[in-house]
Design a protein. Structure first.
Length: 298
């Protein structure tokens, strides 16, 4: 092996076959994006100017309505299920108990559980008028969001519930489920989300799909907005995980999905909107002694 005219580090990389080498970073799109979205004093100032241009009536009215709507479809009103009769649990105990659940018992998830899960993970928690703009308001949700722009959308594929099986879209402005398409899609989802045999997806009650509408963030924050968007995906995912625990359900985030096929399944265009996270939810499997055994230390 010829290694002339190479530095010691370059020579070492030629023979280093361990997991921790520069090959993990060389030609990495992730690292290229990270480097090109760092803020220096100059980039920070330019970003501030872009944000400043966003501060006008037109943008405020438009940005305060980040709601995707499916007209002329069947709706299920979730408001009657938002009662004060919620699980009386200790928050820090829930944090300590939270684990990924990969094995599930057959369980028909209730509308009350679905309503609680969606509303408290990404639903509207407060509404404030926009000063100086008539008939416009900011609707705040349960997670931090850059500029309160809320770029995410939530879809639910129901496999076993007290509502019809199929794909639903959560519309937070009026707190309803919009029924997009009917069908038993457990097998379809299992083919486009790499879960089995590690996650018993087909035994779960439902699968939640979190997508992002890029323009909502990029119009104000540019490329830097993608970082903020992924943070928000994490916030919502963690909310769902903790709420599932409080409801005595289990959840597991599945990162190995086929993006384009998931987008096609949801009926979204793959360009302006795309999948960002998949969460499997169901009743944790129990053994014959009644002990929960579906949880893993993740």
């Amino acid at each position: 092996m010829k290694i002339k005219n190479k530095t010691y580090k370059e020579q070492l990389n030629l023979v280093d076959v361990s997991a921790y080498t520069e090959d993990n970073f060389r030609n990495s799109l992730a690292m290229e994006y990270h480097e090109n979205t760092k803020h220096s004093e100059y980039e920070s100032r330019m970003q501030g100017m872009k944000i400043g241009r966003f501060d006008n009536k037109f943008y405020h009215v438009r940005a305060s309505q980040p709601y995707k709507v499916y007209p002329s479809v069947k709706r299920i009103d979730l408001n009657p299920y938002l009662t004060e009769d919620r699980a009386n649990v200790d928050f820090f105990d829930i944090l300590k108990k939270r684990r990924s659940t990969r094995s599930y018992d057959p369980y028909s998830v209730t509308l009350k559980e679905i309503s609680t899960l969606l509303h408290y993970s990404y639903g509207i928690s407060q509404v404030n008028d926009i000063p100086g703009i008539k008939d416009a308001s900011w609707a705040y949700r349960t997670v931090p969001s850059g500029g309160a722009l809320y770029p995410l959308e939530i879809y639910v594929a129901i496999f076993n519930a007290d509502i019809e099986n199929g794909v639903y879209h959560f519309r937070p402005d009026i707190n309803v489920l919009e029924f997009i398409k009917a069908g038993d899609f457990a097998e379809t989802v299992n083919k486009i989300v790499s879960a089995e045999p590690y996650i018993q997806l087909k035994e779960a009650s439902c699968v939640v799909f979190i997508t992002s509408v890029f323009e909502r963030f990029l119009i104000k924050y540019g490329d830097r907005g993608y970082r903020l968007m992924m943070q928000e995906v994490g916030f919502v995912g963690m909310n769902m995980s903790l709420i599932s625990e409080a409801l005595r359900l289990g959840s597991c985030m599945a990162g190995g999905y086929l993006d384009n096929k998931v987008n096609a399944f949801l009926g979204i265009d793959n360009m302006s909107e795309s999948i960002q996270n998949v969460i499997v939810i169901g009743k944790p499997k129990t053994d014959t002694k009644g002990t929960t055994n579906g949880k893993q230390n993740q």
